[in-house]
Design a protein. Structure first.
Length: 262
DNA sequence: ATGGCTGGTAGAACCAGA
């Protein structure tokens, strides 16, 4: 029986934290790692660090300063692609088809700015539109598909430390949760994080750099792995690697890992 | 309950994250 271990991690600058990525790859040995917020143009991507660890297959889509995504893999790709949604080429997607036929899509959904009102904050509108565009994109999928990444939405009450307070905070507002829910239901995506760690258990993937929030465990579940219905049953193990949040000069997000058997 | 850190681009204070 074949087994594939896939991981996703918002790294918040892959150049600054290339060694941390290497530490994670060595310690947890995923076959594939999807990164978000690489913050580096493709020509400057530190690929050799990961090639040296056996991750010789790399699909990257980055730009200067902001956003940026990458897929590092020990398994060969049949094909790779990068999508631009909403008329903006802002490096929020990269995908790869693995030899097993698994379609892997890595997303960095817009954060959405400060004010949850698209009439005064265009970034919030862009976020909702991006998720709407994902919904239409998913209509065409007809293969076993895994979507991973930083969705920048904590959908369930128990995905934040204080549901009532955060209803007004971008990442947990009702309209974001509704929009993400429409996307989820349209394809029947299975939220693997909650398959393996059911509500209402604590299951955070992000903690602010601000010490007060971190020390009080005021986290949110923003990073996700969603499987299409035909793939979800193959998921056999799942975890968040909270340890990395305590590493020196860490990302504010932690890796999420799922193992599949076929 | 809170944005009071952090990174990148600059080459000093911004913007952005969420």
């Amino acid at each position: 029986m074949a087994s594939i271990k896939l991981a996703t991690w918002n790294i918040n600058s892959v150049r600054l934290r290339a060694d941390l990525v290497g530490q994670f790859l060595t310690a947890y040995s995923p076959d594939v790692l999807c990164l978000q917020e690489t913050k580096v143009p493709d020509a400057l991507f530190p690929g050799e660090v990961f090639t040296g660890l056996g991750y010789v297959h790399q699909a990257i889509n980055g730009q200067k300063g902001y956003h940026g995504v990458a897929i590092l893999s020990r398994l060969p790709f049949r094909k790779t692609a990068a999508l631009s949604f909403c008329g903006k080429d802002d490096t929020r997607h990269v995908s790869a088809v693995l030899e097993a036929g698994l379609q892997l899509h890595n997303f960095y959904v817009p954060a959405g700015g400060d004010t949850p009102d698209r009439s005064v904050n265009p970034k919030f509108g862009q976020k909702l539109d991006f998720i709407g565009r994902m919904t239409r994109w998913a209509e065409k999928l007809d293969r076993p598909t895994l979507i991973v990444g930083d969705f920048n939405v904590a959908p369930l009450d128990c995905d934040v430390y204080d549901h009532k307070a955060l209803l007004k905070v971008v990442s947990h507002t009702p309209v974001e949760i509704e929009t993400l829910g429409l996307f989820k239901d349209a394809h029947g995506w299975v939220d693997l994080g909650r398959e393996f760690i059911p509500a209402p258990d604590r299951n955070y993937t992000w903690w602010s750099y601000r010490a007060f929030w971190r020390d009080k465990d005021q986290g949110r579940r923003l990073d996700h792995m969603w499987a299409s219905p035909d793939l979800a049953g193959h998921a056999k193990g799942h975890r968040c690697v909270e340890e990395t949040r305590r590493w020196e000069q860490p990302s504010d997000h932690v890796p999420v890992v799922t193992e599949f058997t076929f």
